[in-house]
Design a protein around this ligand. Sequence first.
Ligand code: UDP
Ligand code: MG
Length: 328
Amino acid sequence: MKNIKYSIIVPVFNEEEVIQKTYQRLTTVMNSTNAPYELLFINDGSKDKTEEILVELGRNDKKVKLINFSRNFGHQVAISAGMDYAQGEAVVIIDADLQDPPELILDMIDKWMEGYDVIYAKRLSRKGESFFKKQSASLFYRTLRSMTDIDIPLDTGDFRLMDRKVVEEMKGLHEKNRFVRGMASWVGFRQTAIEYERDARAAGETKYPLKRMLKLSMDGITSFSYKPLKLASYAGAFLSIAGLIYMFYVFYLNIFTDATVPGWSSLIIIQLFFSSFVLILLGIMGEYIGRIYDETKNRPLYIVRDYYGLEERNTLRRNKPVPITLKK
Ligand code: UDP
Ligand code: MG
């Protein structure tokens, strides 16, 4: 392994408008550390000029490395691939759109030198994002926190520095539907936060439409909580008690009054209520079963089309089938 101190992982998906600028700011920041580093771009199936620009940058700067996916596999997979290939002693994950200020990496490095293993960046505010995005993100982080037993910090994205030993542990987590920031909390070690104001995107549009945000939040909740599944048993218990009480009432009506025929409305209401509830619970089951199915298929997490600047393939724990040696 070459002597690289810092690896900066940058997932990119159609970022032709900012990528040059991002490269420059990262380079300025990283040069000021006077330590050997690499800028590892994971091109997540971009359809614009992102790849061309990065290849060109790599021609002039050997610190630039590029991994091209065969198609779009998603942000969380891209950063996971970055961890597979990163060679540095400390590994930083940062967005390509300059919403995470690169200068903050220097503060993270200071904390790392102090002995912390994970330094994550906590957003105090978010600029240039819609009211809906801010509110839904805030609600999501709070819901997730109330549902899980592990300590996933609030308002924290994937912008973080991790020590090599943390990265090695993360590489051993093989789940397919990934929520990397939760996984980083799960592995533990000495973690600390630094706070920052999240900037607006330097250019271009968000690559996280509502559909992807919902997928990410579902991944976060299902990978770290069984609570939604327990909903079925709680609801079942509650409804059977309510049903029992209602049954006595029905008996009463039947025996002591002659008002049983006009019971149509209550029947319909109960019917609607129960069937929608059952459907919701089936949906929750489906979310988990779908993910179990994904795991059992055991497909590789991503497929790399080609590389630039990476001479040797790193050992890919996740992608390569591990040969089984049987003891005699
Ligand atoms: N990204 C990616 N693959 C995707 C979607 C996004 O690699 O399928 C990258 C994107 O280029 C950016 C980062 O992930 O570097 C965060 O995406 P974005 O800024 O669009 O998300 P937002 O900040 O709006 O939540
Ligand atoms: Mg962004």
